[in-house]
Design a protein around this ligand. Structure first.
Ligand code: PHE
Length: 461
């Protein structure tokens, strides 16, 4: 491929296109599956408070930095570090990001695959005559079946690849524009259904009335980690999406839109799930099976449950797909920029690579014992999928975010980043304040948390 490619890099067709694609990346299993699960395990309202605090005071500045780095360099994460600081060790943060994309894609696709099966299970009334225990054991049985786990993983990965073959405008942007509004509508209906149930009050209290005694170091870490995962930060997704952003878009308002939509959807997911959960007398601390085990119970008891149930899983599948696209796009952009491969070849290598890496994760929920009890860290057993989630979905993202913040704040420097944000003509009166956040608050609070995390490896669990 010729050098001219860099100049002709594709851009989003419109600001709306970018916001929907960026929000599409941010909103995913993280909001709808991981957020309620983790909030449920960490005491609800107090967790949510810390989550919101981290979004505003730590994540937002990192999000702006990633978008600015991407737009300025028009590169993938490795290329972005390299073009600002050639031949330096900073590029290893970029390489870590590419690896993280591959690692997260592998297990994300496995969980997303389950949602595909649950669309059909709920739509066909598979659960309708089951008791609570039967629903629960059907989940365990379903996830431990190697054939269905791997086939669903393959189907989901193929869907992702099909969209990525289309590139930025025809692939990512077009699909995000169609899928994101559908998602909002279905979620809104589910929230309405859930909050109008009798006895939903306890759910509201759980979500909005903080019990500060529930806050431990572990729940703080869980909340901050969740915020980074949910906003797709720390592996360069937003560097890549920023690289397709045109010079005349307002970066701050784009970032604020993405962060607000992501947060609203997470809160809506909480509102859709917890009032109903309490109304039916179920436990919030159930863990990873929360949605797959508890929700079919709720839908069984609901008027038009089949409709709302399948609607919910369609929504989850859609949200997961628009995120998955952005996860795989990181290695894809890396191959295109750094190895000068065609988009087609890059998508094939990234997708097939992540599919293979996901096979052990797909077999780690009961199919193979060695993978289901893969490693024990300080007395806690991790299956292979949990382990990948811990390493790539938590440690790597936090390390990557420290890298982005330190690089932007200390190496790239205040003047350059503000120049990129304002583009020379817009007025950004909070430049010095932003500098304090990106130079000190974001990296050092994260470093502090990381050290805590290294000393307490189970803190995110
Ligand atoms: N933010 C996505 C979600 O909430 C997951 C993701 C993580 C996407 C990291 C890109 C990068 O599901």
């Amino acid at each position: 491929m010729k050098k001219g490619k860099i100049v002709n890099r594709e851009t989003w067709a419109s600001k709306m296109g970018f916001i929907l694609a960026g929000a599409g990346s941010a909103i995913g299993l993280g909001n709808i599956w991981r957020f309620p699960t983790t909030a449920g395990q960490n005491g609800g309202a107090a967790f949510i408070f810390i989550y919101l605090f981290s979004v505003i005071f730590i994540c937002l500045s990192v999000l702006i930095a990633e978008l600015a780095l991407g737009r300025n360099t028009k590169k993938n994460p490795v290329g972005a570090y390299n073009s600002i600081s050639p031949h330096s060790a900073w590029k290893y943060f970029g390489i870590l990001g590419v690896l993280t994309g591959w690692g997260i894609a592998s297990f994300y696709s496995v969980v997303a695959g389950w949602t595909l099966a649950y669309i059909f299970k709920t739509a066909t009334g598979f659960f309708s005559s089951m008791t609570s225990e039967q629903i629960s054991s059907s989940f365990t049985e379903f996830v431990s079946n190697p054939l269905s786990s791997i086939s669903l993983h393959l189907i989901f990965m193929s869907l992702t690849m099909a969209i990525l073959f289309g590139g930025v405008k025809k692939g990512i942007e077009k699909w995000s524009k169609i899928l994101m509004p559908v998602l909002l509508v279905i979620l809104f209906l589910l929230v309405l259904r859930s909050v109008l149930l009798p006895d939903s009050k306890e759910g509201f209290q759980f979500l909005f009335k903080p019990d500060w005694s529930a806050i431990t170091g572990r729940s703080v870490l869980a909340a901050v980690g969740q915020a980074f995962f949910s906003l797709s930060l720390g592996m360069g997704t937003m560097i890549v999406y920023g690289s397709y952003l045109s010079k005349n878009e307002n970066l701050i308002s784009s970032a604020a839109w993405v962060a607000s939509l992501d947060t609203i959807i997470a809160l809506m997911a909480g509102l859709a799930i917890f009032p109903a959960l309490f109304a039916f007398g179920l436990e919030p601390t159930i863990g990873a099976g929360l949605i797959f085990v508890v929700l079919p119970n709720i839908f069984n008891e609901m008027f038009l449950g089949t409709l709302f149930g399948s609607g919910f899983f369609i929504l989850l599948g859609i949200a997961a797909l628009t995120s998955m696209i952005s996860i795989v796009e990181v290695p894809v952009a890396y191959f295109i920029d750094e190895f000068k491969w065609s988009r087609k070849k890059s998508v094939k290598v990234a997708g097939i690579g992540a599919f293979c890496a996901g096979i052990p994760a797909a077999l780690s929920l009961g199919a193979l014992d060695g993978l289901s009890n893969f490693i024990s860290i300080e007395g806690r057993n991790y299956g292979f999928l949990d382990f990948m989630n811990l390493i790539f979905g938590q440690y790597s993202l936090m390390i990557g975010s420290v890298g982005v913040a330190l690089f932007t704040g200390w190496k790239w420097g205040k003047d350059k980043i503000i120049q990129e944000i304002t583009n020379g003509y817009e007025n950004f009166s909070y430049g010095s304040l932003y500098n304090v956040f990106i130079k000190f608050i974001a990296p050092f609070s994260l470093l502090f948390l990381l050290i805590y995390l290294i000393l307490n490896p189970n803190a995110f669990a």
